[in-house]
Design a binder for this molecule. Structure first.
Ligand SMILES: [Zn+2]
Length: 576
C-alpha cells in the first residue's frame, strides 16, 4: 500500500467522521475515497480491511481532536454545509372545515419558557403560518395563590417567543377577562349546569369517589344564584365555596366528577400582580381555558397529552353552552436527556438560591440556552423533528448539540485559548514571528487574526496550558499550532525552555500545542454547562468580538460571547 493511498483513506475517514458527529462509515468513506482517487477502484475490495482499521481508529477520537485534525490537515475540504432539506409538518386534522385556522399558546407567567414549552409555541405558531391562519398568545394568570404570575415574566415570555421566531397576531391576558368568566359562570348556574358547593375538599372527594352527589348539588337555582353572587362579591372565606360543573357522577375518572370551575381566593392576603385585590372569585384552569378557546375562535388546540383529562372535563362545559370543541392534537411527553424540565423544581431551586437565575446554564430554559449560544433555529429543528407525535420522546443532548453545531460552525471565528496558562521560553530564534491565521479555516473570506511572538536576542516566550507542559516535556518534537516546531525541552528554574526547530507545522506526527502570545493577550472566563468557571488566557483578537457573537475556542468548543472589555472576555460554553 502506498503512503499516498493510506493518507487518502485517512483523509476520507477523518472528514467523514467530522461531518457525521464523530462516526465515519465504511460505505461513505469508500465512496469518497474512490471519488477522489478513481484509479483505486480496481483494488477497492482489498482496501476494505485497511479502511475498517482506519475508521476504528478515527471513530475513537474525541470530536475536538477530529475537528482540529480535519480542519488543519485538509482545510480545502470544508465547504458550506448544504441547506437542510425543507421538512413539512404533518397536516392538522379537518383544516378544510375552517375558514381561518387559529391556534394559541397559553403560558402561565409564573415562570419563563423552557425547551419543553417551546414545542407548544413552535407547533402552534408554525401551524398557524402554514395555513395562513392566526396565532394567539393568551397569558393564563388566574391563580393568585399557588401558581402566581410574576410581572416580569409576561415580558420575558414575550421575549422568548420573539427569539423563537413565534410572532403572535393577538394577545390576551386572562386576569383582564374575569367579568367574562363571571358571565359564563352565572349562565351555567342559571341553567342548573353548575352549583356552589360548600363542602370541605376532603368531604367532597369522599362523596365523588363513592359516586355520590354533594348535598348542595340539587339546591334550587335561586339559592344557587345567591351563593354564586356571594362568591363573586367576596363574601365567602378563602376556600369556603367552589363552583362546580355537573358531570356524570359515575364517570370512570373520579377527578372529572363535578369538577371545580371557580373558587374563592383572599386576594387581600395574596394580591394578584396585575389586578391586585379587586377580585375574590377566580376561575380554575378548565373554565378559563375552555371558555377562552371558544370565545377566541381557536380552531386547533395543540398541547401535551396530559391535557386529555382536561378535555374530558371541558366537553361538559361545551355541551351545556352548545359550543363545538376545537380540534385537539395531543402530543406525547418530551424529555431532554439528563435535564429536569419540571417548572416547580426550577422555581424551588431559584427560590433556594441553588441556581444563579432563570438563565443558569444548568437549566433548560430558553434563556439559558440562548445565553449559551444555542440558536432558535436549533430549537425549531428539534421540535419539527418530534412534531406533534403522540408517543413520548427523549431528545439527547448530543442531538441538540449536533444540530446547533451545524448551524454555528460556519459562523464561529476560531481563537486560541489556554486554560491555566504557563509561560514557556523559546530559544534559538533568528527573528520575531508574526503569524496571520484565518478566523475560520474553511472560509478565509471571514478574515484573519494576527498573533505576534517578538524575540529578543533569539529568545521569546508564549503561554501554553499547564496540561500541555507535560506534552512538551514528553516529546522530542512538538508543534505550536500555526507557528513553528519546538524541540529539546528542558526545565530550568521551574520554567520550561524549548528550542526553535523549524517553521513547518504542516505535517508529521509531532503533537500540536495551542498557545497564546505572552505580551498581547486577554483574560478569558468561560461559564461551563455545570455553572463552574474555566479561566485562562486568549489571543487578543477576541477583543474584537461583540457580546452575542458565537466563537470557537480551538480544542475547547463553541461559546457565546457574554461580555467583552479590553482586558477580559466572558464566554458561555455551548458545546464541543
Ligand atoms: Zn359540596
Amino acid at each position: 500500500m502506498s503512503e499516498k493511498t493510506t493518507e487518502l483513506i485517512r483523509k476520507a475517514a477523518v472528514i467523514n467522521a467530522f461531518k457525521h458527529d464523530g462516526k465515519a462509515e465504511l460505505q461513505a468513506v469508500l465512496g469518497n475515497l474512490l471519488g477522489e482517487a478513481p484509479e483505486l477502484r480496481s483494488q477497492a475490495k482489498n482496501l476494505i480491511p485497511l479502511i475498517r482499521d482506519v475508521i476504528n481508529e478515527v471513530n475513537s477520537m474525541p470530536m475536538e481532536k477530529l475537528r482540529d485534525l480535519a480542519i488543519q490537515s485538509w482545510p480545502e475540504e470544508f465547504s458550506r454545509e448544504k441547506k437542510e432539506e425543507e421538512r413539512e409538518l404533518p397536516p392538522l386534522p379537518n383544516v378544510d372545515k375552517y375558514e381561518t385556522i387559529i391556534t394559541r399558546l397559553a403560558p402561565n407567567p409564573d415562570f419563563v419558557l423552557h425547551i419543553g414549552n417551546a414545542r407548544a409555541a413552535i407547533l402552534s405558531h408554525d401551524y398557524a403560518r402554514k395555513y395562513k391562519g392566526k396565532f394567539i398568545v393568551r397569558f393564563e394568570d388566574t391563580d393568585p395563590r399557588l401558581k402566581k404570575a410574576q410581572l416580569g415574566y409576561y415580558e420575558k415570555i414575550r421575549e422568548d417567543l420573539r427569539w423563537l421566531g413565534c410572532e403572535w397576531d393577538e394577545e390576551y391576558i386572562q386576569s383582564d377577562r374575569l367579568p367574562i368568566y363571571y358571565e359564563v359562570a352565572g349562565a351555567l348556574v342559571k341553567s342548573a349546569a353548575a352549583y356552589v358547593c360548600e363542602c370541605e375538599p376532603e368531604e367532597f372527594r369522599t362523596l365523588a369517589n363513592g359516586n355520590r352527589a354533594c348535598p348542595d348539588r340539587d339546591l334550587n337555582v335561586e339559592l344557587q344564584e345567591k351563593r354564586w353572587e356571594r362568591m363573586r362579591s367576596g363574601n365567602y372565606e378563602e376556600g369556603g365555596a367552589v363552583l362546580r360543573i355537573k358531570t356524570d357522577l359515575s364517570h370512570p375518572n373520579p377527578a372529572i366528577r363535578d369538577w371545580p370551575a371557580m373558587r374563592v381566593i383572599d386576594t387581600t392576603k395574596t394580591p394578584h400582580p396585575r389586578v391586585g385585590s379587586e377580585f375574590k372569585a377566580w376561575p380554575l384552569y378548565n373554565l378559563a381555558s375552555g371558555v377562552d378557546d371558544h370565545l377566541l375562535g381557536i380552531t386547533h388546540v395543540i398541547r401535551g397529552k396530559e391535557h386529555l383529562t382536561n378535555m374530558a372535563r371541558q366537553l361538559y362545559l361545551y355541551d351545556y353552552l352548545g359550543w363545538k370543541y376545537p380540534e385537539a392534537v395531543h402530543y406525547g411527553r418530551l424529555k431532554v436527556e439528563g435535564m429536569n424540565l419540571s417548572k416547580s423544581r426550577m422555581m424551588k431551586a431559584l427560590d433556594a438560591g441553588e441556581i444563579t437565575g432563570i438563565d443558569d446554564p444548568r437549566l433548560g430554559t430558553l434563556d439559558a440556552l440562548r445565553r449559551r449560544g444555542f440558536l432558535p433555529e436549533t430549537i425549531r429543528r428539534i421540535i419539527w423533528e418530534v412534531g406533534p407525535k403522540p408517543v413520548d420522546v427523549t431528545i439527547s443532548w448530543d442531538n441538540i448539540d449536533s444540530l446547533n453545531r451545524k448551524l454555528i460552525d460556519p459562523i464561529a471565528h476560531r481563537y486560541f485559548f489556554v486554560p491555566k496558562p504557563e509561560l514557556i521560553r523559546i530559544s534559538g530564534l533568528s527573528q520575531s514571528y508574526r503569524v496571520k491565521l484565518p478566523l475560520h479555516p474553511q472560509y478565509p473570506e471571514q478574515g484573519y487574526r494576527v498573533l505576534e511572538v517578538p524575540s529578543t536576542n533569539g529568545e521569546a516566550a508564549v503561554f501554553v496550558a499547564n496540561t500541555d507542559i507535560r506534552t512538551l516535556q514528553d516529546h522530542p518534537v512538538t508543534r505550536l499550532m500555526g507557528l513553528f516546531r519546538l524541540s529539546q525541552p528542558s526545565l530550568q528554574n521551574n520554567e520550561l525552555t524549548c528550542k526553535f526547530a523549524g517553521e513547518s507545522t504542516e505535517s508529521g506526527q509531532a503533537p500540536i500545542i495551542q498557545w497564546v502570545p505572552s505580551q498581547d493577550n486577554l483574560q478569558v472566563k468561560v461559564t461551563l454547562p455545570d455553572a463552574t468557571i474555566l479561566q485562562g488566557l486568549g489571543e487578543s483578537g477576541l477583543r474584537s468580538e461583540r457580546a452575542g457573537a458565537i466563537i470557537q475556542l480551538v480544542r475547547i468548543g463553541f461559546c457565546r460571547v457574554d461580555q467583552v472589555t479590553d482586558s477580559l472576555i466572558s464566554l458561555w460554553f455551548a458545546h464541543q
